[in-house]
Design a protein around this ligand. Structure first.
Ligand code: SF4
Ligand code: SF4
Length: 296
């Protein structure tokens, strides 16, 4: 094997190692729980993708999302000002974790408020995702690779965006899109091979890993409405009238989630939380990339 071949072999070994770090956490960590007395698992399946720090999509996000959206190099340089690195030396490691089948099943039955499991997954599940980000950063650092989870950076902020209304300095879903993991649906959720009832996370590291091929060129490729003019089932699932053929009205969605579901969750489930996800469950894209036959 020549030097280039050896390098590629090392790169793909690093990819498998990182995938193992993520997978092992979800399988073995007692932290993967909905926080209920039975300590039910929050997430079951996971997929991991990679994109290069100098992928042109990250520059394009400055136009598409807003000029405030970081490139991988920007947040990495803010975090490690002493490291002089080129954008191409960085890899974005992104993952998609699927909600547990029981969580999806419960929410499928709902027509207005979230099920208890779903509300728990929104709050305690995201805490699991935060721990996963920290775990991946720690595993990389233990092997000598500098790493940062942008969404956990003290510099991370929410931003108003002309196009997206609510945006932030780092979008996990856009990192996952760039890393070959999925495309956007009518309700703005990411439709992935594990479906849209998922949560998404990412870490940026100074490590060489081959990018995951993106099996799409259109950011709406997997949504049956945008690709085939079919489906629209998420529109009728939305209890807030926030979805239409024109897309996702984030203001209406947010007003439903908080305070409407927030008050309900506190009163009926006994914890401070909120959530909805009706457009993510009971729809053809819930647990896989939907087939045209499912959108009729
Ligand atoms: S339910 Fe149908 S229209 Fe809505 S995001 Fe999924 S595939 Fe697209
Ligand atoms: S999260 Fe709920 S309120 Fe928001 S778009 Fe989806 S179904 Fe509608």
């Amino acid at each position: 094997m020549n030097e280039k071949g050896k390098e590629r072999f090392q790169d793909s070994k690093r990819a498998s190692w990182i995938e193992g770090v993520v997978r092992d956490f979800l399988i073995h960590s007692p932290d993967n729980t909905l926080g209920n007395p039975a300590a039910d698992r929050a997430f079951e399946k996971v997929i991991v993708g990679f994109s290069k720090g100098d992928d042109p999509l990250y520059d394009a996000y400055k136009e598409l999302v807003g000029p405030f959206h970081w490139t991988p190099w920007e947040i990495f340089s803010k975090t490690f000002p002493g490291l002089a690195l080129q954008p191409g030396e960085l890899t974005v490691i992104a993952w998609v974790v699927a909600h547990h089948p029981l969580t999806k099943e419960d929410n499928r039955q709902e027509t207005f408020y979230p099920s208890e499991r779903w509300a728990r997954a929104r709050i305690f599940g995201e805490q699991v995702n935060e721990k996963l980000r920290r775990h991946v950063v720690a595993a990389l650092e233990a092997e000598g690779y500098a790493a940062v989870a942008p969404a956990l950076s003290p510099e991370w902020e929410r931003k108003a965006s002309e196009k997206y209304v609510f945006a932030s300095t780092w979008s996990e879903r856009h990192a996952a899109y760039a890393s070959g993991l999925g495309t956007f649906g009518l309700c703005d959720g990411l439709i992935t091979p594990l479906g849209k009832a998922v949560r998404v996370g990412s870490v940026i590291a100074c490590i060489g890993i081959p990018p995951t091929p993106r099996p799409y060129t259109d950011h709406h490729a997997y949504c049956l409405f945008f690709s085939k003019g079919l489906c629209k089932q998420c529109i009728s699932r939305c209890p807030a009238g926030a979805l239409s053929e024109a897309g996702h009205d984030k203001q209406k969605c947010r007003s439903h989630v908080r305070p409407v579901t927030e008050e309900y969750v506190k009163a009926h489930y006994g914890f401070d939380g909120y959530g909805c996800g009706l457009c993510q469950t009971g729809v053809p894209c819930e647990s896989h990339i939907p087939l045209p036959s499912e959108g009729q």
